[in-house]
Design a protein around this ligand. Sequence first.
Ligand code: PEP
Ligand code: MG
Length: 315
Amino acid sequence: RPRRAARPFDGVGRTSDGHRVELLANVGDAATARDAAAAGAEGVGLFRTEFAFANAEVEPSLEAQVAAYLPVFASFAGRKVVIRTLDAGADKPLPFLTGESEANPALGVRGLRTSWEHPDVLDRQLAAIAAAAGRAEADVWVMAPMVATVEETDAFVAACARHGLERAGVMVEIPAAALLAGPILARASFASLGTNDLVQYTMAADRMLGDVARLTTAWQPAVLRLVEATCLGGAQQARPVGVCGEAAADPALACVLLGLGASSLSMGSRALGDVAAALARTSLDECRRLARIATDAESAEAARALVLAEVDWAD
Ligand code: PEP
Ligand code: MG
């Protein structure tokens, strides 16, 4: 089936009453970053660096890493780029970083946890990010995947600080981190909700397994309550909380996420126009009302149906 042409985006996200919402892109390499810049993304909300390392048998040198990061930063001169440190695990293996196969890769040594055994790999990646940031004009923010605790947040923020990287944040994609967003955001300078994994861990349902797909949607009220808890933690600490999971690319869910307190939404750049158009037709108060409806619903189906019944732009 040919893909529908992406709706154009004029480069500024705002609600119908003029409330600004940063609309950012998820990218994995120089080419997707160029496409995102051409599509009008205000910046990058998620640069998945493990894409740049895919197929590498040995850890890329500092120079090779700088060469991978720099073009992404260069595509967004003067703008925000959130770069995520390696998110590898037994399910996304990198030979120099991840161990033997695990019975439960989603619950194993993934994301930031790989730095327990290999703190040097994280350290060299942060050095490369700092070097590339120093050579580019972009406003570089760094975040760690799969953070579960306050201690991990402290360790990551400290590691970033050793490289002069002051904007150090965490992904909130484990329910424990959502529930501890207040203390976590007392340490980290921002958070980004990874709804793909947050759904998986909240619903105890493999995000890749079709048999449980009825459970794995961010419309689940339980997931929305964790999003809300995270945004409340961010508000308490006056820290921004964005969303970079697939949920941000669903126009109706994007309104709900904004209503729950998200300050930015990051998505594949083809979705920017549709999400911007939905926001432009909805006021912030309306988003808050939709958020309440969805969060109070008793099922994902009800949450979605009730919200779609309220908006006049959904087809
Ligand atoms: C997520 O989990 O929502 C996320 C953005 O990270 P990834 O999809 O790379 O796991
Ligand atoms: Mg994730």
